[in-house]
Design a binder for this molecule. Sequence first.
Ligand code: AMP
Ligand code: ZN
Length: 468
Amino acid sequence: MSIRFYNTISREKEKFEPLEAGKVRIYTCGPTVYDFAHIGNYRTFIFEDLLRRYLEYRDYEVIQAMNLTDVDDNTIRRSQEREISLTALTDEFKSAFHADLKTLNMQPAHHYPEATEYVDEMIHMISDLETKGYAYKAEDGSVYFNIEKYKQYGKLANLNPEEMVAGGRVADDSYDKEGVRDFALWKGYKPEDGDVQWDSPWGKGRPGWHIECSVMSTELLGTHFDIHCGGVDNIFPHHENEIAQSVCATGEDFVNYWLHSEYLLVDNKKMSKSLNNFYTLRDLLDQGYPAEAIRWMLITTHYRQKLNFSVARLDEALKAVNRLREFKAKLVAYEGDGTDHASEQISTAGSEFTRAMDDDLNISGGLAAIFDLVRWGNRVMVELTLSQKGAGDITALLQGFDHVLGVLDMESGLDVEVDEALIASKIADRKAARANKDFATSDAIRDELLALGIELIDTPDGTKWKLK
Ligand code: AMP
Ligand code: ZN
């Protein structure tokens, strides 16, 4: 069986074949570090984490680069509003971003290139484009990419040639499809840029946003690599422009698979800074929502579907995570000695999970396979027909699934920390105390666990536990 991904550029699901057998190179557009990222941004980053984790689950070696945009229109504007240097501003939000990634249990990327560290290479690529006739200098010292020179321009965003304004120019980093024009590779210095400037063959100035990602991806992953991701708003103009720059500069293909995730919405509108309808991760943690609920909510809707944010969804997400955690805890504490090794169920769950996820990361199908196993497993544990081997094998399978989901062992947030090994050993101690008729110790153990939110239940088949 092979993996299939929906490729934005072909508008079809395609069989995934990496350029180098067994190895996948992924570039993911990272945050612009002028503020805290909001959970809409994290929807995209968590989708990328899911992609990365699933490819690893399928035994690919993955090399991931995620850039940090630390110079662009937004960062400069914000540093001036706050009357601090660009570096002081971006350092603050780079640290916050790395802390958030950890809280959300994202696999760290192999490279976090920062745009300001690659300005020489950007100047080099722009010069190359100028020499090859794709770029020209304007009166104000800016350099523009001439979109008419690249006949494939518009293929990713499916632009209508009539939307393109021949000879027009756009200086801003962000613009919409009505503004398809020659775009800035290099921005000549303006007084509004304050002390943010670099020397270049075209005079003082700074790079445009789009050239940053063409350069950083090429430097770290090579001129031609496998997967490039972002949110759907990156398709145009950012990724369209990246393709134009990279293909024209290197003369090679750039990216084989373009994957884009849909928006997180609030009341059916895109969560965004500009609409002021956003929540940061910190906002939600402060309101008492654990990080695993946020992670779960963001990964469990298919990445190409819009997702409306609500606190009710967070409550449901927490319940689902707890169900999985409780299942794992019960498996670990299971003392039954039945004969069912669960071989059939384990094999079905494994193959159904893979079948679903291979199909463009069909997470609902993947979760259905897992929760079928949970339902069955809970039943055979109550019936005590499950064997010890079966319990161990299901636990191992669950850990494998969790390489993809990344929620079982998250440390933060949960009101009740479930330490299965500790509970199992306390239950054993209590059993020994009761055998010695030492009821004071046995009661003390019960109360100690109760204080941790864990309730013991004595049954004819031994002591079980549940979250209070
Ligand atoms: P930015 O920091 O604005 O460059 O955005 C970082 C990433 O977040 C980009 O890949 C965007 O596509 C993505 N993004 C922004 N808003 C949302 C949203 N509401 N839902 C999903 N992804 C988003
Ligand atoms: Zn980018």
